[in-house]
Every structure is written in C-alpha cells, then in structure tokens.
Design a binder for this molecule. Structure first.
Ligand SMILES: [Zn+2]
Length: 409
C-alpha cells in the first residue's frame, strides 16, 4: 500500500477519536438536477450501443466525468471528510441490464480514480480528504425468491455476487480508495458475499483497507428487507471487523433514530448514519430542509449515538454543509467495550452469556432430508457446528437439527 494511503487511513482513525467525521450526500439527486438525455449518457464511446443507457448514472463517470467531478467538488466545498465513488450500481447484474456487464472493473477503477483526484486536490497536510469506494447492494437478492410460486428459486447466487464484488473491489482499490463501503445492505447474504470478495482481493493485492458496512432499514418494522433487526445485522457482519457500521437510506433521520440508537449500544466500533431527506413524498421527492435535518443530526451527535454522519437520497451539499456546522465541537460517541461472548443471529440476535446454561440451537438447514445435504457434506457441517459449540460451552447444550426450508443469512 502506498505510504500516502496508509498515512490517510492512520489519520482517519486518529481523527475519529477527536471529532465526528462528515460523509457526503446523495449523488442521484444531484445527477437528476442536470436533466441529462440519452446522448449525454452515451457520449461518443457508446454512441452505437444497441440498448438505452439513460439512467445508468455510474456510466457518467466515463461519458460525462465533468459532471461527476462537479458534484464531488460541491461536496468537498461543503466540508466533507469522505466522498463516495459513483459506483453504487457498478456490479454485473445492474450493469448487464444495460448490456454493460463487462464494464464492472473499469467503472469501479475510474470512479475511484476520479474521486481520488478530487480528494487530492482538496487535501492539506493537516486534513486529508478520503475516498469511500462504494460497493452497492446489487439489484438482486441472494436470500429471497423473486418467484412467489417457488420459494427455493434465486436469480443470483452467493458465488455470482462474490465474483462481481471481487471485480468491483479490485477496481476501487486500484483507483485509489481509502476505505471500502458496503452500503445500503438490504440482504445480509449479499453483504457477506461482498465481505468474502473483499478479503479475497486483499489477499490477491497484498493491500488491506478499512471496511465500512451500512445497512438499510426498509420500513417502520425496523428490520432489513431480509428481516434482521439492527443488532442481528451487526452480529452477522462483525467478523469482517469493520472500522465503521451504520445505517443509511430508506427512512428519514427521525424514523431512523431508534435503530441507530440500538446499533450504537451494540457495536464495539464506529457508528455511522446517513439518512434520507425524510420519507419520499407522493411525487417521489424529499422534503426535509437542511435546517430540519441538521437539527436531528445534531441531536444524534450530542446524544452520543454516532461517529460519522452524512446524507442519503434527497440530501444535497446544502444539507451536508448544515450537518458540518451541527456536529462542530461535539464529542464523538465513545466506543463501548463489550465482553467476549459468542454472538449469533438469525433474524434476531442471540448472545451466549454465562447465565444461560441450556441452549437449544436449531439450524435452519434440512440436513437430514435433502439429497444435496446428505452424506459427507452434512457430516462435515455437523462436525463443524459441534466443534464450535464444544469449544465454547462443553456439555451444556443440546444440538438439534430441525427440519425447515433452507434459508440463511
Ligand atoms: Zn438512499
């Protein structure tokens, strides 16, 4: 890793102890403001592309880089520490909808390079600016069937996701990202494929960047789309040892507050929040003003819930500048020390504390009944689970393999 990048990462970790850090806002709403047409998206390079390209915002990094630079510049002027790369949809399935699945590596690398150049322009010796290389959620879910008549059907596999996230992560690192952000996670299994891919790329390139994971609570039930509570989500991804975990998108700051508070109490790492500018109105727009949102962001900060704040859908540089003012001088959230317990999760979290002396673990895999899970695979899995439990809680548990539809996250 270049000395510069390591120095920036070290600075970031130190700085996060002293003050709250500021992330940028929405790129989508800013791109919309340019009212671009089909020809703008195509540029000269994709003039003859057989299908429509309008709406492929990530492609603008290649065909209208000056617009993406302008947006990044506005956020840097607003005082952010991090700008995100314009790569939210730079994964295979999202790009293949436009017939551009082959561009994943290039879009991620170019997106990171553009952000790197901008950050370098705005960095000073005292205050570097950081590139958050974005791996979006992808437009398919590995956990939920898109076919109501066939619950076992999936239109993407863990390995397909892992492969495209690997191409994405490689590009983001080569282009100069300082951290990798797996964001808007609605399906924890997709995020786990991203985590796995990132680890593979770290090994391949001999580079290790901090990982930032941000989930999304999709409605007022307070759960991710695949049904996890915030703490269960944390238990599912804490093995990635993220430098920050948070929530973004979908809900406004007010609606997001209880879930951020829950994460804040559960996580022994930095916590981030980048909410929408309120819930979308009947026209799909966002109504919360910079002043309204900044007031709530300040309350998050002064209540000690967060370490990093920014905005998601509908937030603009004006919002982010107001957040910057709102968090100025506020002591950042202290990271709680948690006792070392086995922490598991399904849809709900589970912590194996010493006061529990009998635990019945049901694994939601039909280990005895299906042909795919019979024989040596089943025996291996059973051994792994038994070994895991025996090492931590000898003779105090009963293993029970319940028969239920295969579904996991
Ligand atoms: Zn959003």
């Amino acid at each position: 890793m270049s000395a510069h990048r390591q120095a920036r990462i070290d600075w970031m970790k130190q700085e996060a102890r002293k003050r709250l850090l500021l992330l940028d806002g929405s790129w989508g709403v800013m791109i919309q403001g340019y009212k671009l047409g089909e020809d703008d998206f195509r540029g000269a390079r994709f003039g003859n592309h057989p299908s429509e390209l309008k709406g492929n915002n990530d492609l603008l990094t290649l065909t209208k880089p000056e617009i993406i630079q302008n947006i990044g510049r506005m956020y840097l002027e607003a005082g952010v520490d991090f700008i995100e790369t314009n790569t939210f949809n730079s994964n295979f399935t999202s790009q293949e909808d436009y017939g551009l699945g082959h561009l994943v590596g290039e879009l991620n690398e170019a997106g990171a390079r553009l952000a790197r150049d901008l950050c370098d322009e705005y960095s000073t010796a005292e205050r570097p600016r950081l590139v958050a290389g974005v791996l979006g959620p992808a437009n398919r879910t590995a956990t939920i069937s898109p076919d109501v008549n066939d619950p076992a059907f999936r239109n993407i596999t863990f390995d397909q996701l892992r492969e495209t996230y690997r191409d994405g992560a490689r590009g983001l690192i080569k282009g100069g990202s300082d951290v990798l952000m797996i964001e808007t996670v609605f399906d924890t299994l997709n995020a786990k494929a991203a985590i796995y891919a990132i680890e593979e790329v770290y090994e391949e390139l001999g580079v290790r960047l901090p990982v930032w994971i941000s989930g999304t609570i999709t409605d007022l039930s307070g759960r991710t789309l695949t049904g996890q509570t915030p703490t269960a989500f944390w238990h599912s991804v804490r093995h990635a040892n993220p430098f920050a975990i948070g929530l973004n998108c979908a809900l406004g700051a007010k609606e997001l507050r209880p879930y951020i508070a829950e994460l804040s109490g559960a996580c022994e790492t930095l916590v981030s929040a980048h909410p929408n500018a309120g819930l979308p109105n009947e026209f799909g727009g966002y109504d919360e003003t910079p002043e309204q949102m900044a007031e709530m962001i300040r309350e998050f900060a002064t209540s000690g819930l967060v370490n990093i704040v920014g905005g998601c859908c509908g937030t603009k540089p004006e919002h982010i500048a107001a957040f910057g003012k709102a968090i100025k001088g506020v002591t950042p959230r202290a990271i709680p020390q948690k006792p070392k317990y086995m922490r598991l999760s399904g849809l709900e979290p589970f912590t194996l504390t010493p006061d529990l002396n009998f635990v019945n673990v049901g694994e939601r895999t039909n280990i005895t009944g299906t042909r795919a899970m019979s024989g040596s695979a089943a025996i291996r899995l059973r051994k792994v689970i038994m070994a895991c439990f025996e090492s931590s809680r000898p003779s105090s548990m009963l293993m029970s393999m319940t028969e239920a539809p295969a579904s996991t996250c």
